[in-house]
Design a protein around this ligand. Sequence first.
Ligand code: PEP
Ligand code: MN
Length: 375
Amino acid sequence: MLAILHPDTPLDSDAYRTTLNFLENLPGVSLRFHEVQGAVQKLTEIYLLGDTKSLDKDEIAALPAVERVIRISEDYRILGRHKDDLRQNGFTYNDVTFNQNNLNVFAGLCAVDVQEHVDIMMRALSERGETCTRMGAYKPRTNPYSFQGHGKGCLPWVFETAGKHGIKVIAMEITHESHIEEIDTCLEKLGRPTGVMLQVGTRNTQNFELLKSIGRQQTYPVLLKRGFGITLNESLNAAEYLASEGNARVIFCLRGMKTDAGQPHRNMVDFAHVPTVKRLTRMPVCIDPSHSVGTRDRAPDGLLEVTHATAQGVIAGANMVLADFHPKPEKALVDGPQALRMEELPAFLDDIRLCHETWKKRREIYSNQGGMASV
Ligand code: PEP
Ligand code: MN
């Protein structure tokens, strides 16, 4: 059960004390506190865990500091979308808003290589008014002898270049908890010219100790990739690990499933799950067409299959697109064969906006059938 307190309830008020006193004395029930900082107010949510079946919802709703009570199902307690659950979804980080209704594009380098390429990429984005990108500094590689990323060494010039071009958020994969501090120390030293969204790669979706470390910090939001060989439920539980440790600013990313059935794509494109994840949870949903399709193959209609897959995800309501680009894909140190070229960026962005607008229109078409109410 979840008790949501009136916004900005003072912790030293009688209402708060009376409420807490009651809740703390419920037999077999333990409390877990979760604070949600919205744009204008702070919300305190108290999760009642344990033997809650016999609790009287109305009695708890009548406590002086309680605004409303939600009975939650067992799955995805914090991130889930529960019955009668009208809690807002999404968050704002570094002036960029992420929720289940809007859309942000993170086009960028799979792996940071040289400063010139980072600069070309970020300049192209800023010329198009884009404020987000992806930049891999720590690369998890199948082969131990492959390029592993520049690591912390490249952070200063990547962050400075981002600041120069007005980039507000960089999605950056981390593979070890020590990387959080490396990123934080570097950003702090530079006066925080940009922001970082910590990316958990598909190989680490169930690295629970990494998830807990990332969940314990509140500074950076998280982009969690779906595990490539596990069920959707298992990946959503991985996201809940982050939230259960305190960080509910999580975006869930579909990136395809590893199976030969997906060939000739690199992975089996799973973007039909975009609306499913939005139904089961309140997380914004990202799609990664680059790692799903994994090639630059072009369909007879003249469009790359990567762009077709992107359109399929966005038209189904995706809220974020993570896409590999490179000024010289043939020179890229990681995943060059799937990278789009700089000159392909404007059309790619236009296509995505068109598909997002089309998704909104699709909602209107179905609005008298309950379509608008659920998002
Ligand atoms: C990536 O986005 O660079 C990446 C390694 O993706 P994934 O974890 O989905 O393979
Ligand atoms: Mn990659």
